[in-house]
Ligand binder design. Sequence first.
Ligand code: ZN
Ligand code: ZN
Ligand code: FE
Length: 751
Amino acid sequence: MKKSFLLHIKGLVQGVGFRPFVYRLAHENELTGWVNNQNDSVNIQITGYENSIVKFIEELKNKKPEVSRIESLELTEILSKHPENNFTIIESKDHNHQITQISPDLAVCPQCLEDMKKQSHRLDYPFINCTHCGPRFSIIQDLPYDRIHTTMQDFEMCHTCKSEYTDPLDRRFHAEPIACSDCGPHYTLDNRENCIEDIEDILKNVSELIDNGEIVNIKGIGGYFIACDATSDLAVQQLRSSKKKYGKPFAVMFRDIMALKEYVFINENEEKLITSIKRPIVLLKQRKPLAKGINDGLSQIGVMLPYMPIHYQLFEQLTTPAIVMTSGNISEEPIVIDDVLAKNQLSGISSNILSHNRSIHNRVDDSVAFVMKGKTRMIRRSRGYVPEPVSLWSDCEGIFAAGAELVNCFAIGKGREAILSQHIGDLKNYETFDFYRESFERFQRLFRFKPSLAVCDLHPDYLSTNFAESLELPLVKVQHHHAHIASCMAEHQLDKTVIGVSMDGTGYGTDGKIWGGEFFITDLVKFERWFHFENIPISGGDQAAYQPWRSAVSYLHHYQLLNPAWEWIGKLNQPGLDMVMKSIERKINCPESSGAGRLFDTVAALTGICHTATYHAEAPMKLEALIREGVPGKYSFEISRKTISFRNTLSEILEDLKRNTSTPIISARFHNMVIEVICEICTRIRNESGLNKVVLSGGTFQNRYLLERALKALENQKFEVYTHEKVPSNDGGIALGQLAIAAKKREMRCV
Ligand code: ZN
Ligand code: ZN
Ligand code: FE
């Protein structure tokens, strides 16, 4: 006998080809009924024999489109007196204010790349896409996800596209950005003399320009990028000097995985990540040199594979196997998305501008990640990931989390889900703060979000704090490192009391001092500071983050090690040295800091790796890059009451320097010491409290050597250790922690 069921599916099931998939599956299993989209879900009614229905549901779970994600599936048996005699897709319904998930932007799929070679209306057409691939978040303006609510509304579908769009058996059925050479967007290449519109000419010209060492600005999915030959020293140097004061390493895109493997070491998990439909930049160990100036002083390089059709097309013609692909911006401003602005700003870098006429609504940078212990570790969470939510265990509806300041990202709560914004950047930059405000407005509209509670950092001067205050809502303020730990707890749905280890450069403490080498006993409501790195008056405060030599002088002075370090100081040759010395002696502008970042800076400066930094965390990154693997020794440290002192560490380093011990060995011994500190302190806390769960968070844990070995050492001591897998351990993850804390406090009626 035939039976009828109603299925209610929630998750990432819209804009990813879910309905056509259901349609085909129902037909294959000879079921009748219908499927439709609602704002918050997909509904299916099916009638058929029991074994067919079982098979249908199994295949629904196992064969679903790659990017789709089923979060819940409710199955109810119904009495269907008049079962349909066919299976159909019926109209979308927009009947409530709940929303379903919006898909992130996806890399072009293999079938579309094939279609580019054979579909007559899409031959070499660089805006090809289907229900499984193409732009999503970057073009969406409103819900439901229909073409009229995307920036594709400017293009009227031709007859051919329309018939594909309406054919349930077509790969482009309801592919909202569907387009072809006749009706869709197109590229234009602008250079000094002319403006080229023919795609063949464009590809030929752009690849020639790049192969000849020129720089080209290229409009991508979520913003403009700047490209040049990654094997040309000259081109890279020129790019570096035109991107004012920009010292950060450049990301490199390779022709294909074969070319990539020639230049970097890659394991199975890393290959899986780099070829995934999200196509992030992946940090890998370099095997063979590329141009000088791409990642000077670092052993890792950020690499990626083509993800837009035009990338593939360019590599078909390019001689070079690798191109630099860096965000199109001047210094720290947000990545440029506006075509007029691109002409004004980026023409200073290069007058070659490859643009297209599909506008970008939501700006998204490339995401950056690395793999450790088989898991993805995010450094920057943007294209391919945003706006995928992180599921919490409790209700966070209406909560706005303002985030931190330097690598800002905010978050909103919808039901039990936290939706994090794309990477915003350093809010101190005026344009970036504008981007922040604008994105918040867009998220409100897109996710039907009405804030009723705000949460921000304790730091009184963060622009995100000021913004949260300006909303005039009930406000929760969260200590920076408490938020770091909570963000990792939120990822793991860990609502317990834990040992929290948070290390980073800086965060405002409850005593008004700068914190950043912290050992807490904490849950989602409160924390106690059990141990911390010793407070050191650091000359210049925030300024010191870019002048590691200041931290070194401050540390040496505090530990009365200036005498044994005399030789080092003599070679320092910093014009401000006298003033810094005086400021330390007179305690002027020397805020006390327990930041781990300043300690790493000190060691980087003492070993001469980095006296002044040209980008955030340059010194610790370079110190890590130099580590010699397999060095067992470590420096000593002291624990007195609640503080960890590094006097012995530094004095031993100075002795090693006198003995001409190599920097790779010094760096290894230093890192091993920090790992030992983490283990020793966690053990002491466990002995006193009985707690066994350790949570590691904070920007310092982007250091792979430190994270990997601290994790291993703690696990050897039978600790249960939690590390980040979904959001960055840096300040880009802070908003999630703030949100989790505010949600818990509201649940406990503490706000
Ligand atoms: Zn496709
Ligand atoms: Zn068309
Ligand atoms: Fe931080």
